[in-house]
Design a protein around this ligand. Structure first.
Ligand code: ADP
Length: 395
């Protein structure tokens, strides 16, 4: 049997999945190593049915040791011997427009661009290297979250800074590309004509959150920027801020650039405003009694609405709106608040469809199809491995 392993390394977790090659790809095992570098590090996994879940505590103080524990564990699993190729999610890929086979040159390049994304890239490189060391013959593919947006028009990429920075690659890259690419493929499978010829806004609303404006299947703008800290307010990231704030805080509070980085990435967003939680479910449970939670939720919905308005303007109208990821897929009240008042664009929700997380939640009278699609970055990686490496790689 031939199969593909996917690895999605986050800042404190490593998600993995095993797929049996075929049409369609069949997921046979999935799971994650969680809380790396914190107390209570664990490895959780499920079989293909999702019913048999198991959780093991593991000792792994950093990503390198977590990767080695994971590799040891994976090597003992049924089906691992048939793994013919490995696909990684790599958050930053600068100018790469498609997935690339990992070579020493690519690794050297990723090392060089580490400063672009110090939260993710060093860990992703470590993971690729750990697998390379243990399985030197196994082909590995790097799937870049930035690739989906590489064709954006110049005006969407250009940052209004002195031109010398542009020459150094300081521009809007955009992220969540694997999720967006997957959502576009699903939209095409659903037979929505907007997937190939129309105007689509994709909203990936998870802990990290961003939106993309897509015309005729191509990203024309996105809310994240040079880094994933930009755009919409997120669970712990601030999203867009006034650039004057950094020097103001440096002057008045002696905040260093490192402290500023920590603050806007890990202490801001829903967590910063609510002072209690970065998790939307917690905030919804508290909003009736805690004005800070209510304000955090309101800020998220208001900003998401503004981005939809901005992208509808960039697209010259809207045919389909897709809501996805943890909040977009599961949370009717947030979807309703985001879409409330967008009737002028043709966005009208059907209350009952929205309440049951139906795949199509717009009212029949609305001009815009509003869809809830479960994103699947792992499956997108596995599909990319098949496309780039072909079945020969999985032999
Ligand atoms: P990540 O970006 O880490 O993959 P997810 O896509 O899982 O995150 O999204 C996590 C967010 O989704 C959290 O804010 C969580 O509260 C929210 N979420 C998940 N399920 C629900 C739900 N049923 N209602 C509201 N929010 C939910």
């Amino acid at each position: 049997m031939q199969s593909i392993l996917t690895i999605n390394g986050g800042s404190s977790s490593i998600k993995f999945a095993l797929y049996q090659v075929g049409d369609p790809l069949q997921r046979t095992l999935y799971g994650k190593v969680d809380r790396i570098g914190l107390s209570g590090t664990s490895l959780t996994f499920s079989d293909s049915t999702g019913k048999q879940q198991e959780r093991h505590s593991i000792a792994a103080s950093d990503h390198r040791s977590a990767a080695n524990v994971l590799i040891d564990w994976l090597a003992k699993q049924d089906g691992f011997a048939s793994v013919g190729a490995l696909g990684h999610r790599v958050v930053h890929g600068m100018k790469h427009i498609q997935p690339e086979i990992v070579t020493q040159e690519l690794l050297d390049e990723l090392q060089r661009i580490r400063p672009y994304d110090p939260d993710h890239l060093p860990r992703e490189i470590e993971l690729i290297e750990a697998f390379r060391k243990r399985f030197p013959k196994l082909p590995q593919l790097a799937c870049f979250d930035t690739a989906f947006h590489q064709g954006m028009p110049r005006v969407a990429k250009l940052l209004p800074l002195p031109r010398r920075f542009d020459a150094k690659g300081v521009e809007r890259y955009g992220f969540h590309g694997l999720s967006f690419a997957y959502l576009m493929e699903e939209l095409a499978h659903l037979g929505d004509p907007a997937a190939t010829t129309g105007r689509v806004i994709l909203a990936h609303l998870g802990n990290g959150a961003s939106l993309a404006a897509v015309r005729a299947g191509k990203s024309i703008d996105t809310s994240m920027g040079f880094t994933p800290t930009a755009g919409l307010v997120m669970s712990t990231r601030s999203g867009d801020l006034d650039p004057g704030l950094a020097p103001y805080l440096a002057r008045t509070e002696q905040i260093t650039s490192k402290q500023f980085y920590e603050m806007v990435n890990h202490e801001s967003g829903l967590l910063g405003v609510s002072e209690t939680s970065s998790d939307m479910r917690d905030l919804l449970a508290r909003e009736a009694d805690d004005v800070r939670a209510a304000e955090a939720v309101a800020l998220f919905c208001y900003q998401a609405k503004k981005w939809i308005g901005a992208f509808a303007a960039a697209l010259g109208g809207l045919d389909t709106l897709v809501l996805s990821a943890g909040i977009g897929e599961n949370c009717p009240s947030i979807r309703a608040r985001i879409c409330d008042g967008l009737g002028f664009l043709g966005v009208e929700l059907d209350e009952a469809r929205n309440a049951e997380n139906a795949p199509l939640i717009s009212a029949d009278t609305g001009r815009v199809a509003v869809r809830v699609i479960r994103t699947d970055e792992e499956l997108m990686i596995a599909r990319s491995v098949c496309r780039v490496l072909g079945t020969a790689a999985a032999a």
